[in-house]
Design a protein around this ligand. Sequence first.
Ligand code: AMP
Length: 298
Amino acid sequence: MIICQTIAEVKSHISNYRMEQGQQAKVGFVPTMGFLHEGHASLLRRSKQECGLTVLSIFVNPLQFGPNEDFDRYPRDEERDLQVARQEGADVVFMPSVREMYPVPAKTRVLVSGVTERLCGASRPGHFDGVGTVVSKLFHIVGPDRAYFGLKDAQQVAVITTMVRDLNMPVEIVPCETVREQDGLALSSRNVYLSPEQRMQAVVLSQALALAGQLAAKSTLGADELQRRLSEYITAEAPIAVIDYVEVLSYPDLEQLQPGEPLGSVGGSWIVALAVKFGTTRLIDNRLFWAKEVSSHV
Ligand code: AMP
């Protein structure tokens, strides 16, 4: 496994690989902020299955953190990350410093409109401009054929897919299923912040999503009613939880559904997205529904 700290090194390894393999070359890319867990590992495994060279990046991107967010205390463990990367067979690990990625304050931002207006885009102003900008930079540096993203961050998948489409970036975005703990909690680097009591109550997110599945099967229920029922459920089941948002929107456009329109008759896919705070730790989770999935429950 090759570990690169500089853009020049990573570019040179990838271009050597492309030169050796010619037309056959397939570069898979997994961008992360490190503190790797099974969710990240699942993306690496998918890339290994589908591509000849798997590139992992580990970079905690200051641009996507707000001034009062956890950039400084975001969990980091370089040694363990490299161990996981090695175990999963990553070929190249790119771990640049902030100075390497932003040698001068960047004057350019990649700003995706529409899909960034709601959910985390509304709760974390500027977050997706930071994500779009760094992912665009990483795509230019790595030049992958395929890039793997977790649907745990479904809005991020929507933002990146839109950016790639709108800017004709020659990369295929591969959305991957959310990996969960046994009790349903979605894996996240931020789960380490949770106290034992918070950890116990955090299961309410996945339980609310399971409830959403049951309620959605009642085809007469509208988005507004589903939101209300889920909020009530979270408040009742997890008294220490503070809801940031509970939203039911179209996916991937992330637009409001007609209030009162029965979910059973929504034409395309839609999402139930949750953000809940436990103390200072903000957890997100979501479930995607396809029209077919709902009607098959009816
Ligand atoms: P992060 O390091 O949190 O920026 O995440 C890097 C990538 O891993 C993103 O594409 C995330 O969506 C993905 N990811 C994070 N948690 C999970 C999970 N529990 N299951 C699947 N993918 C995940």
